[in-house]
Design a protein around this ligand. Structure first.
Ligand code: NAP
Ligand code: HSE
Length: 432
């Protein structure tokens, strides 16, 4: 058998240990598939003395500074599993500068600095692989880069953050408040102690930016991506969504509209009959529509040591095979063009509105009129008495509309907010 593929592993937390566990349990299988074994020769951690569920790989030396891995003579592929933007960026840059292949799970870094890092990798002929960075164990990067390469992608739509999906699932199934569901997610280890990236929609936005690069071969600057998290989703809106036969999910979507990309991450209502609506708990799913293939759906575990380690190992094995001609972005250009982005005010879709109003004659009619005046057509209306309401003179009125543009929605809301009988900030969500 040929000489081993030698890994320099930076980070030995959840994902690093998952990778090590798979390498230990499936060493023979991996060697058979590759025709050579895979060995971890060097590891970087912050605290080498820390007790870990999986021990540091036998025979691997521990280096004091991860940057050593970029130049170590006994490393073929640098595997960055530290996370964060500082040291991880320095390590990946130094490794690529040195012509060394890199595997990473760091979606945050690739979403922020991907344009620079992919250009550097291309100029050095180095591999920069990142299957684990989008939806953990789900092979969506490879699917877009290779399996669907001949398709013009019409839309990519996904549940890209397991923590948010777990929270919304608990709110829906058990009627929990957002705060209680968040605590459950933290207790189960899905959400971080500071869960802002997850529940704020930013983690899903990082993944969506990477999916857009793969699907359309363009750079979509992260700051141009509209993002709404789930922190303002209430049990009341989830209950109204049910009235319309819908679930509320945090959806990341990019769509081609007349040659321009409409993209964003938002909590959305979607019909219970959609496969995406059936994705429960911390699972992820991505639906890709290609012009030739039609709809393709991928579903699985978007986090966790073994699922994410599985994706990291797939990249290591792919690079061990195609390292001489790595395919990082799926496109041959060194620098991808900027995305042609549909202006936010032109983005269109159906809408859900909940207005909190005084229960008196003419209120419903005047709100309907304000929507109609800007060309928004109403599809359904629900007004129900809330038996738990402390003040029966204040009621929610809920509308589902036909397709409306963001500009129409903004105009209608600006007017409705000024009505004296509107007693709270209107709630509105997109409908998939
Ligand atoms: P983690 O459990 O926090 O582990 C991070 C590891 O990196 C630890 O071993 C830590 O060392 C080490 N580390 C951090 N900074 C370092 C530094 N400056 N020098 C040396 N070592 C350093 O993180 P994780 O959950 O495995 O996530 C790793 C990456 O995978 C992140 O980019 C994350 O976004 C991504 N990812 C994670 C998941 C998941 O399910 N967790 C899924 C998909 C993608 P010590 O152990 O000594 O503290
Ligand atoms: N924090 C992410 C999630 C997992 O909740 O989906 C890593 O991508």
């Amino acid at each position: 058998m040929s000489a081993p593929v030698r890994l320099g592993l930076a980070g030995f937390g959840t994902v690093g240990q998952g990778l090590a566990a798979i390498l230990a349990q499936s060493a023979d299988w991996v060697a058979r598939r590759l025709g050579r074994p895979v060995a971890v020769t060097a590891v970087a951690v912050r605290d080498p003395a820390k007790q870990r569920a999986v021990p540091l790989p036998a025979g691997a030396r521990v280096v004091a500074d991860p940057l050593e891995l970029a130049h170590a003579p006994d490393v073929d592929i640098v595997v960055e599993l530290m996370g964060g933007l500082g040291k991880a960026h320095e390590l990946i840059r130094a490794s690529l500068e040195n012509g060394r292949h890199v595997v990473t799970a760091n979606k945050h870094l690739l979403a922020e600095r991907g344009a620079e890092l992919f250009a550097l990798a291309a100029s050095k002929g180095a591999g920069l692989y990142y299957e684990a960075s989008v939806c953990g164990g789900i092979p969506v990067v490879q699917t877009l880069k290779e399996s669907l390469a001949g398709n013009r992608i019409q839309a990519v739509t996904g549940i890209l953050n397991g923590t948010s999906n777990f929270i919304l699932s608990r709110m829906t199934k058990k009627g929990l408040s957002y705060g209680t569901a968040l605590k459950k997610a933290q207790k189960k280890g899905f959400a971080e102690a500071d869960p802002t990236l997850d529940v704020g929609g930013f983690d899903a936005a990082h993944k969506l930016a990477l999916l857009i690069r793969l699907a359309y071969g363009v750079h979509f600057p992260l700051e141009k991506l509209p993002v709404t998290g789930i922190t303002a989703v209430t049990p009341l809106d989830i209950a109204y969504a049910k009235e319309f036969g819908c679930e509320v999910k945090l959806i990341g979507q990019a769509k081609m509209v007349d040659g321009r990309i409409m993209a964003g991450v938002h909590p959305m209502l979607l019909s219970k009959s959609y496969l995406l609506a059936q994705v429960q708990g911390a699972f992820n799913a991505v639906r890709v529509v290609g012009d030739a293939v039609g709809a393709v759906m991928l579903y699985g575990q978007g986090a966790g040591g073994l699922p994410t380690g599985s994706a990291v190992l797939a990249d290591i094995m792919a690079l061990a095979r195609d390292g001489a001609a790595p395919n990082n972005t799926g496109f041959p250009e060194k620098t991808l063009p900027l995305a042609d982005i549909l202006p936010a005010e032109e983005s269109c879709g159906r809408r859900y509105f909940r207005f909190t109003v005084e229960d008196k004659p003419g209120v419903l009619a005047s709100i309907a009129q304000a929507l109609g005046d800007v060309g928004v057509s109403i599809h359904q209306v629900v007004q129900k008495v809330d038996p738990d309401a402390s003040d029966e003179s204040i009621v929610p009125i809920v509308f589902m509309t036909h397709t409306a543009s963001q500009s129409q929605v903004d105009q209608a809301l600006a007017r409705i907010r000024e009505f004296p009988y509107v007693k709270a900030e209107p709630v509105h969500m997109r409908v998939l």
